[in-house]
Design a protein around this ligand. Structure first.
Ligand SMILES: [Zn+2]
Length: 257
């Protein structure tokens, strides 16, 4: 259910601490009762934090950006008016096609792939994780209910991924989406743990499994297998907790009937 009471602009102002005390108090009260606005605030916070962390690292020199844009056949972006604009406001607004954000996201992925070799699943998984976040398409089916997420994914794949919620352990299933990994369509389960988003790519166990834990550009990638399935988790969560979680997911699927 989508709430029309607050515009993205107003929520951004709240996230930035720009509302007056009374408006802020009213927003606090509203957020306690409105899951929709609370989720949008959380998304804005996550996005702004991620952009602060990621974009400077991937910021493209103009020449490189221009070349990439030409390769993609994208229209020239409008002149950037950065004065006073919150970079995540226009991101969250969904005006993404051909925008600087899309180009930065694609560039990030391209650089990652070039750095690690195009057949490197770890780099590809990180690229998928970053692009989905920057393009605001992390969740294609939103639900904490495994009985909603599983059939949605199964209907679009030639296998049926095990789906479980681990909210009682702090890892809340928030939804899923499809990604392409190693040239195949794979189920992607999205979990939230505290302020961290975790993508878990689930696919039938391949003959050649990727290596164990790796770290790339501030993201950790951890791998586990269980119940004939292969799990690749990507997050900015630390390797120890991410590793324990993906083992837990794999073990639960191995134990499932
Ligand atoms: Zn609301």
């Amino acid at each position: 259910m989508s709430c029309s009471r607050n515009s993205e602009e107003r929520l951004s102002a709240y996230v930035d601490g720009e509302l007056g005390p009374f408006a802020r108090w009213r927003m606090d009260a509203h957020l306690r009762g409105c899951a929709d606005c609370a989720a949008r605030v959380q998304a804005l916070r996550g996005l702004s934090e991620r952009l602060r962390r990621e974009v400077p690292r991937h910021a493209a020199p103009d020449a490189l950006r221009e070349r990439l844009r030409a390769q993609l056949g994208a229209p020239a972006p409008a002149p950037r008016t950065r004065t006073g604009a919150r970079p995540w406001t226009w991101l969250a607004g969904g005006a993404l096609a051909g925008s600087a954000a899309t180009i930065v996201a694609i560039l990030a992925g391209t650089l990652l792939l070039r750095q690690a070799g195009s057949d490197d699943l770890v780099a590809e998984a990180v690229k998928d994780h970053v692009q989905a976040a920057l393009q605001d398409r992390r969740i294609e089916v939103a639900s904490s209910d495994q009985h909603t997420v599983k059939p949605w994914l199964s209907a679009r794949l030639d296998y049926s991924p095990p789906v479980r919620d681990f909210a009682s352990e702090g890892y809340t299933l928030v939804g899923g989406r499809l990604e392409v990994l190693g040239g195949e369509r794979v189920a992607t389960l999205v979990y939230q743990y505290r302020l961290h988003m975790i993508d878990v790519f689930v696919r039938p166990a391949p003959a050649r499994a990727p290596g164990s834990a790796r770290s790339l550009r501030g993201f950790n990638v951890v791998h586990a297998t269980g119940g004939d399935m292969d799990y690749l988790a990507v997050s900015d969560l630390n390797t120890a907790e991410l590793g324990a979680f993906v083992e837990r997911v794999a073990k639960a699927s191995a134990a499932a009937p």
